[in-house]
Design a protein around this ligand. Structure first.
Ligand code: PBG
Length: 326
C-alpha cells in the first residue's frame, strides 16, 4: 500500500520533505511615516501598526534589521494634499526625508523600497492627475511618476514600487531613472493589482478618501480576470520591471501561481491591510491562534509562488522564527 503518512510521522521527517519554507529572508515590512506628528499614532483598523514619526520609523527599522528582515516598504502621509500630489516629488517631502534618515541609520542593511504613487498626496485621493471630467489622466500622470521616481532615487531608494496601475508606468519610470543617472535603481512593479475592498484599513493608515465616494475600478483590475493579470505582467516586464507583485495575496493565490509559472524575475505578493485586519480581529476574539494562522498564511503565499511577501506581520513573524518557530 502507498503510505503518504510515512513522511508525516516525526517532525524531522516532515521537515525533510517540506516543499516550501518561510524564512525571515522572505519578509518585507510595510511602514507608514507621517509628517508633522510628535509621537507615533496608532491605526485603529490595523491594530499593532502605527503611523511613525521619522524618529520612531528609524527605531523600528533598526529593530527589523536586527531581526534579520531584509527590506521595508515605505508609505508617506503628508501634512498637506493638493491636486497634483506635489508632496510626492518634493525633495523635502516626508518619504524623501524618511529615506535619507533610514539610509543614514541602517546603511545597506535594509533594502529601502518607497511605494510610488500619488494617492497619499492628492486632495482627491486618486492615484493620478484628474482630467477635466473627474477621470484619471493616464498619460499626464506618467510624467509625475517619473519625477517622483527620481527624487526617491536621489533620497536613497534601492527599488521604487509603482502602485498606481497606469498603463506605461514602468517604462516611463525606467526612462526617467536612466535619464537621471539612476540605472542601478530597480523597479518592483505592482504589476497585478486588483481593485480590492481589502485595502480599506490602509486608506485609514494614509488618511485617503477618494473624492465623491469614488473607486479605483477604472485603473485597478477587476477580481474576475486572471488572463488580464498575465498580460499586465508581460507588459511590465517588457517595459523593464525587475520584479513583479501580485496584490492582494490570499484571494489571488491562483494568480500568484500563474504568474510564478510565467516569469523568471522575482515575484512578490502583498498580504494587504484587510487581510491583516481580519486575522488580527479573529485572533483578538480568541477565535483563531494568531501565530499559527500567521505562519500558515505566509507559508501558503510562499508555496503558491512568492519569493517574498509584503506583510504587516513581518516583525512578529521574524520574532517567532528567531525563537525556533512554532
Ligand atoms: C496605493 C496603494 C494602496 C495600497 C498600497 N499602495 C491602496 C490603494 O490602491 O488604494 C494598499 C496596501 C494595503 O491595503 O495594505 N498607493
Amino acid at each position: 500500500m502507498h503510505r503518504p503518512r510515512r513522511w508525516r510521522r516525526t517532525p524531522a521527517l516532515r521537515r525533510l520533505v517540506a516543499e516550501a519554507r518561510l524564512s525571515v529572508d522572505d519578509l518585507v515590512a510595510p511602514l507608514f511615516v507621517r509628517e508633522g506628528i510628535e509621537a507615533p499614532v496608532p491605526i485603529p483598523s490595523l491594530p499593532g501598526v502605527v503611523q511613525h514619526t521619522t524618529g520612531s520609523l528609524v527605531e523600528e527599522a533598526r529593530r527589523l534589521a536586527g531581526l534579520g528582515v531584509p527590506a521595508v516598504m515605505l508609505f508617506g502621509v503628508p501634512e498637506r494634499k493638493d491636486p497634483s500630489g506635489s508632496g510626492a516629488s518634493d525633495p523635502e517631502g516626508i518619504v524623501q526625508v524618511a529615506l535619507r534618515a533610514l539610509r543614514r541609520a541602517v546603511g545597506d542593511e535594509l533594502v529601502l523600497i518607497p511605494d510610488l504613487c500619488l494617492d497619499e498626496y492628492t486632495d482627491h485621493g486618486h492615484c493620478g492627475l484628474l482630467d477635466g471630467r473627474g477621470g484619471v489622466d493616464n498619460d499626464a500622470t506618467l510624467g509625475r511618476y517619473g519625477e517622483v521616481a527620481v527624487v526617491q532615487a536621489e533620497a536613497g531608494a534601492d527599488l521604487v514600487a509603482p502602485s498606481g496601475m497606469m498603463d506605461g508606468q514602468v517604462g516611463a519610470i525606467r526612462a526617467a531613472l536612466d535619464g537621471a543617472g539612476f540605472g542601478e535603481v530597480g523597479i518592483l512593479a505592482y504589476a497585478v493589482k486588483y481593485a480590492s475592498a481589502l485595502y480599506g484599513p490602509f486608506r485609514d493608515a494614509v488618511d485617503v478618501t477618494i473624492a465623491g465616494g469614488g473607486d479605483r475600478l477604472g485603473y485597478q483590475q477587476g477580481p474576475a480576470n486572471a488572463r488580464e493579470a498575465l498580460r499586465e505582467v508581460r507588459l511590465d516586464l517588457a517595459e523593464g520591471a525587475d520584479a513583479v507583485m501580485v496584490k492582494p495575496a490570499l484571494p489571488y493565490l491562483d494568480i500568484l501561481a500563474a504568474v510564478r509559472a510565467e516569469v523568471d524575475v522575482p515575484v512578490a505578493a502583498y498580504h494587504v491591510s484587510g487581510e491583516y485586519a481580519m486575522l488580527a480581529a479573529a485572533a483578538a476574539n480568541g477565535w483563531i491562534d494568531r501565530v499559527a494562522v500567521a505562519h500558515e498564511t505566509l507559508l501558503s503565499i510562499r508555496r503558491a509562488g512568492a519569493d517574498f511577501v509584503l506583510t504587516y506581520l513581518a516583525g512578529e513573524v521574524a520574532e517567532t522564527l528567531a525563537g525556533g518557530g512554532r
